[in-house]
Design a protein around this ligand. Structure first.
Ligand code: PLP
Ligand code: COI
Length: 354
């Protein structure tokens, strides 16, 4: 892929090294953009100064939500090297989302090359404070000017970057999660496994309700029986019950998280029995009552490893591990971030150095 690069003549002010970054609030100087036209394929790959894009009000993405996005991070290692974490997994998942949404495939090597090229141009924007990184948001939108419901014939693939700190304001402190028993996020056969805006739009009403009650995010139950645990708003979920690590199986309605896959591999390498299976909310309540629910944590690119200290279901609140970070959650956080920041040996071969 040939990527033309036009650098900004008017660089933006970078945040001060000690400034709180929050998550996804600050853009960098440049963005990647590429067009798709039916009959021509993907073309005109370019890196340009970060800027607004112009679309017709009838552009299809505004009406029927034909879009997909990805999320990954670039880390400035303790050795000064810039690393990406398993970007080829994001490229593969992007195409799984594309396929479900009738968006044309993007060659996986082009996805990774575009990410690398943009990060290289804005490498100076990678924060170096503890726990901070450069969040990378690739996305594709349907741009045909047409109000009929059909797959678009033109698209834009864009990548933007944002220096970011912890996703939750509480950092690594345990979060409280609301188990939603009214709304559902996704059903088998739907778009739950795709990373697309519609899933997140559908989640907002429950998230607002949970926030109003003091909870950080929603834990979804399956859309049919409302009985089995699925995933959290922006992360997959794990439990340590009676010494075993348990996470809901990939069933088509939850996102196949890259951190989830990494955590499963790391836990297995430590000798834990890891079960990917259906887990009902009743099983969870029983485990908690019998003192066997030892830890609960979420996993995600933005959230990293996020210990869960409280789970609310209807009128009951389960407190887990005294609302403290459990030893497995802490060790996983240290190991995964250790690999990402080049502090530990990358025995799995997961990082890509720029
Ligand atoms: N589930 C949802 C709904 C998400 O938005 C995310 C975040 O990307 C995840 C799970 C975790 O996926 P990953 O570990 O690939 O970031
Ligand atoms: C990510 O972790 O990359 C995500 O996409 C989560 C996002 C919904 C904030």
């Amino acid at each position: 892929m040939n990527i033309s690069i036009t650098k900004t003549t008017n660089p933006m002010q970078k945040p001060a090294p000690d400034a709180p970054l929050g998550f996804g609030k600050i853009p960098t100087d440049h963005m990647f953009i590429m067009n798709y036209t039916e009959g021509k394929g993907w073309h005109d790959a370019r890196i340009i100064p970060y800027q607004n894009i112009s679309l017709a009000p009838s552009a299809m993405v505004f009406h029927y939500g034909q879009e997909m996005f990805e999320g990954l991070k670039a880390y400035k290692g303790v050795d000064g090297k810039t690393r990406l974490f398993r970007p080829e997994m994001n490229a593969k998942r992007a195409n799984a989302s594309n396929e479900r949404l009738c968006i044309p495939n993007l060659p996986e090597e082009d996805f990774v090359e575009a990410v690398k090229a943009l990060v290289k141009v804005d490498e100076d924007w990678i924060p170096t404070t503890e726990g901070a990184s450069l969040y990378i948001r690739p996305f594709i939108i349907a741009t045909d000017e047409f109000l009929g419901v059909a797959p678009s014939k033109t698209y834009l693939f864009i990548i933007i970057l944002s220096p970011s700190g912890a996703y939750y304001a509480s950092g690594l402190a345990p979060v409280g999660i609301w188990i939603e028993d009214d709304y559902v996020r996704a059903v088998k056969g739907g778009i739950g496994y795709a990373k697309t805006g519609g899933n997140y739009a559908a989640s907002l009403a429950a998230q607002v309700k949970a926030h109003d009650d003091g909870y950080s995010q929603v834990l979804w139950l399956d859309g049919v029986e409302r009985k089995y645990i699925e995933e959290v708003g922006a992360m997959n979920i794990f439990f340590k019950i009676d010494g075993k690590i348990i996470t809901p199986m990939l069933n088509g309605s939850i996102l196949p998280g890259i951190t989830r896959n990494s955590v499963i591999n790391v836990c297995k390498s430590w000798g834990y029995e890891v079960e990917e299976r259906k887990i009902s909310v009743d099983e969870l309540i029983d485990a908690q009552k019998s003192g066997k629910l030892e830890e609960c944590f979420g996993t995600g690119t933005a959230a990293v490893i996020s210990p869960v200290g409280k789970l609310r279901f209807k009128d009951d609140v389960m407190t887990i591990n005294n609302n403290e970070i459990g030893p497995v959650s802490q060790k996983l956080y240290d190991t995964i971030t250790g690999i990402q920041w080049g502090k530990c040996e990358d025995t799995f071969g997961w990082t890509v150095t720029l």
